[in-house]
Write a protein of this length. Sequence first.
Length: 109
Amino acid sequence: MIRSTKRQKAQRLNAALALLQRGVAPAEAAATLASEHGLSLRQAYRYLAEADAIGHRVALVEPSRAITLKLPENVIRDLHAYAAVSRLSLGEIVARALSAFLAKMRRHG
């Protein structure tokens, strides 16, 4: 069995939510999801249940690529400590920090 990517899961949840919000009957919604996304009916019902529980659209995750960085030991230590407390991955922390930094730099020219 091949696991879906985070992006695929978000797309499927959003499709399930759209069907639910249009008032499509659960059996028909599951059949539509299964057909359009190559899922089993069981998986389609799971997506419908999860979409219903969430109740709002899910943001699509952008694909990512690996890069290598050299950082001072103290920064790495702080990153690991923050990751343990926040339950975020090192990649998420670095991506958020860099995005915030770049947004700030764009505002300041």
